[in-house]
Design a protein around this ligand. Sequence first.
Ligand code: G3I
Length: 396
Amino acid sequence: MRRRSFLAMGGATGVAVAMSQIPDARAAVAAVAHPAAAVADPAAGSANATLRGLAAKIGLRVGTAVIPQDLNTPAWTAILAEQFSVVTPGNAMKWGPVEPQQGVFDWSDADTLVSFAEAHGQLVRGHTLLWHNQLPTWLTTGVANGTISKSQLMSLLEQHIFTEVGRYKGRIWQWDVANEFFLDANPSGINPNDFWVSNLGAGIIPQAFKWAHQADPHALLFYNDYNIAGEDGTNAKSDAVYAWLRQMLDQGVPINGVGNQGHLDTQFGFSGIRMTSDLQRYGALGLKVAITEADVRTFVNNATDQVPTDNLAVFAQPYEFSQMMLAALAVPEVISFTVWGFVDADSWVPGFFTGEGYATIYDVNAQPKLAFYNLLEDLQIAAFGAPRRVHTPGAF
Ligand code: G3I
């Protein structure tokens, strides 16, 4: 269970190794990135040589998490519009931000992001309705001090789901209805100490799906979690989620999809092959599948520059991105591949994992990294196949 540290928090103190101290790595990135930059769309011209354009050829959507501040930087906005075909509000649809005081709603950030998506031909992944984190303080305090009873909590949740899902009815492609309910343990299972489970029992999870389905019958409703495609090394969490999903579907719970977040770290290693087979078995349940929050972090010099301190990390980072994409491409039920922020300067990683960063596909200056080009190349081959070999007549 090497990834138990996933939720460990802390400021990035940084490791004092400058990029100039690893010139080989820098040169290697430049050398590899440059030729791949020429990847083109032979059928539709260079305008389609984007992540979203290539993915569209096989009916896949490529997405990113976004916060409203991302729209303040023109270079970032241009990338967002050009490369991505689905958007996930990174925080703006969580309960805390939308109802900071009981009965006082702030939809401004969520509205901004949904409008941006609609203006740019992008779909929206709603994130998230039932999670232990980023709940309003009035709610958690009220439950803790007993001024909100368990039956009131249940009503408040029902009201929350109907209010939010209802507000965006018809405008959300996929909703992450329930998020991160399973233990990082072997064997895994639903966390009995989760805020919602400890207060209302595990039955609250399927109930949330039923409410969300009533509120917007056309939205695809997802269960979303991290390390549920074998990244824990044991497959224990995947096994538990798979068994639970099967049980829920047998009971007629309106779950349409499963999202594997895809938060990776180069220090742990990762099996792309196992991810493929785990995604396949979710698909075999009749579910849609999504990679919902892909990023690959590694140790860096400091939180500002985010230069990897290990030469090999420069290659491990794009490799793991590519392995995730290949797993997604291999499974037809995977309908979207979303990265959790696209530029290192705006990644959640340095603020949560001390000394780590470089987790996205664009560097701190919004320049595409090797990971971007690897994803582009993977999508190019998926969309058009490998080009046929050119043989010289008369030669072997
Ligand atoms: O909005 C307040 C601001 O008023 C305050 O001044 C500031 C001081 O710290 O905090 C701001 O809130 C922060 C919030 O992001 C908005 O920026 C929180 O402290 C911070 O904890 C929160 O982090 C978010 C994290 O979820 C919370 O667990 C990240 O931005 C967000 O990217 C991250 O996303 C999660 C997914 O929802 C679920 N899967 C894991 C993923 C990464 O943790």
